[in-house]
Design a protein around this ligand. Sequence first.
Ligand SMILES: [Zn+2]
Ligand SMILES: [Zn+2]
Length: 344
Amino acid sequence: MKALVKTKKGIGHIEIRDVPEPQPGPGQVKIKVAACGVCGTDIHVRHDTFPYWPPVILGHELAGTVVARGPDCRYFDEGDRVVAEPHTQACGHCHLCRTGNIQICPEKRSPGWGIDGAMTEYICYPERLLHRIPDTMSWDQAVMVEPTANAVGDLLERTGVVAGDFVVIQGPGPIGLLAAMAARAAGAREVVIIGTPGDVPLRLAKARELGFTQLIDIGCTDPIQAVLELTGGIGADIVVECSGAPKAIPISVDLVRKMGKICVVGLTGGQNVELNWDKLLFKVVTVGFHLSTAYTYWDRTIHLIASGLIPAEKLITHRAGLDDWEQVFDDIENLKALKAVLIP
Ligand SMILES: [Zn+2]
Ligand SMILES: [Zn+2]
């Protein structure tokens, strides 16, 4: 079968290869991949800035149909349409696994970098990591479940956005826009989205298309002044930091109100950030850091997307076959694509 493979360590080294079709082991089902989203992780593996074990098939944001069952499968049947949590090879024994936090087990090796991923025709997967999706859900919607589950879990389950909150999103990439939609679904009274001049043509334009009206381009508007004006001088209840930009992160402290919350989602890529510690303390801010997805985020997210409360599929700007991967990856890097999906 055809697969998109990172062949060895270094920058680049990605090619289409013909690889053997996998067969399901005990507790695994074989899934025919309907679509696989391209994530920032895949781009990082391309540029050698994320850990990976080559040769490895890329892609972890998969949706597909179960076509075969390995020995000892009990929960899924042929024909089931599924999405998959990427927490493969979590050990099951460490204190994180045993307290229900398999997503941050140090042994975890996800598809797409740790083990073979889904940018191919078939993948074999432990059935304990699968979630069934409704018949009414499109593949476009299904493939958005994994990235959306991050935003839903971080904002709704961990930060606790409630109806009436004033929410500011820094960084309008796919996760930032999903966070904006999650906040709106939770009943936020206003969602302000802050971006750079480079975000204006595609990302902020998409935000407008999604119905968000308070969009700030830091090239022409001072975001702190704007948010203070919109909140009568109080500041935002919740600031969601999705930019990962060391210059932008400290602004969160000025945007948030006293006793407010900062929800940290974006990675800086290893850079240090200078923060006014005392200002955080005097504002009595709660800062929460977030990574990956827990079990409970997934079913909630499936319902939110299927019901239309979070129209995550509207972020998809590119659909392409595996052979066109290079153009798609380039377009993401050059901010010409927002969310891209490969269809094997
Ligand atoms: Zn992802
Ligand atoms: Zn573990």
